[in-house]
Design a protein around this ligand. Structure first.
Ligand code: PGA
Length: 266
């Protein structure tokens, strides 16, 4: 968890489910209901689901009064205009809680550049949307010893688009090593902790006297969640594949809840 002695920190855990391009609208609504039931006992963790764009409006009423937050998997940075196929932050503002920007599938499959991720980040905040900013290295970059350089570059490109630090609870970083996403090859808790701690240090040194939450993402499962959340700086998880199975997703949320209680009584 974050260290309150080093400036402003916001360390309530978050577990967000990135559904990616899965489920029909009806299946998505059913999944949202099942997720709400599976996490109903949660008190200490912010829980969010990120369905496909087509599902957001249908899922929103299901989440009403449950505390589960609604997020979009991507967003464009312009408010409106001739941008066929894009969704603007203005379209999501007021009823959708958050956006995810910079997911490695957007960066690597769709060629999104660091500065474009920065523009999406700024546009989301400007419309009152909380943002999850995903960063992470490829296996080649890790093997070359460039992990810290890559995440620093991705973060600095976002900071360059901002006039000043946003409120610490307005944004969340997700460290997602590309080699761990959807591969079943999770980073070890030590590997994840190492990079997450570096990210917090980098944010403090370059940008902000404090730190937003930093989640880990990449093949998080009920089997490995507790050991990841036991690490000092890991503030929760961004979950892909397992977020499509409500009960297992609920087990991951419960592991975050247990870790948060343990910290409270430390
Ligand atoms: P995964 O995906 O949990 O299926 O590895 C994580 C993500 O892409 O956010």
């Amino acid at each position: 968890m974050t260290d309150a002695s080093q400036g402003v920190a916001f360390s309530r855990p978050m577990v967000a489910g990135n559904w990616k391009m899965h489920t029909t609208v009806d299946e998505g609504v059913a999944l949202a209901r099942a997720v709400c039931a599976a996490v109903a006992a949660t008190r200490r963790v912010d829980v969010a689901v990120l369905p496909p764009f087509t599902h957001l409006w249908a899922v929103r009423p299901v989440l009403e009064g449950t505390g589960v937050r609604l997020g979009a998997q991507d967003v464009f940075w312009k408010g409106s205009g001739a941008f066929t196929g894009e969704i603007s932050p203005a379209m999501l503002a007021g009823w959708c809680d958050m956006t995810l920007v910079g997911h490695s599938e957007r960066r690597h499959l769709f060629g999104e550049r660091d500065d474009e991720v920065g523009k999406k980040f700024v546009a989301s905040l400007a419309h009152g949307l909380q943002v999850i900013l995903a960063v992470g290295e490829t296996s080649e970059e890790r093997d070359d010893g460039r992990t810290f350089d890559v995440v620093d570059r991705q973060l600095d490109a976002v900071f360059a688009e901002l006039d000043g630090p946003p409120a610490v609870d307005a944004w969340v970083i997700a460290y997602e090593p590309v080699w761990a996403i959807g591969t079943g090859r999770t980073a070890t808790p030590e590997q994840a902790q190492d990079v997450v701690a570096h990210i917090k240090q980098h944010v403090r040194a370059r940008f902000l006297d404090g730190s937003p939450r930093v989640l880990y993402g990449g093949s998080v499962t009920p089997a490995n969640a507790a050991s990841l959340f036991a690490e000092r700086d890991i503030d929760g998880a961004l979950v892909g594949g397992v977020s499509l199975r409500a009960e297992e997703f609920g087990v991951i949320v419960a592991a975050a809840e247990t870790a948060a209680s343990a910290r409270d009584t430390d």
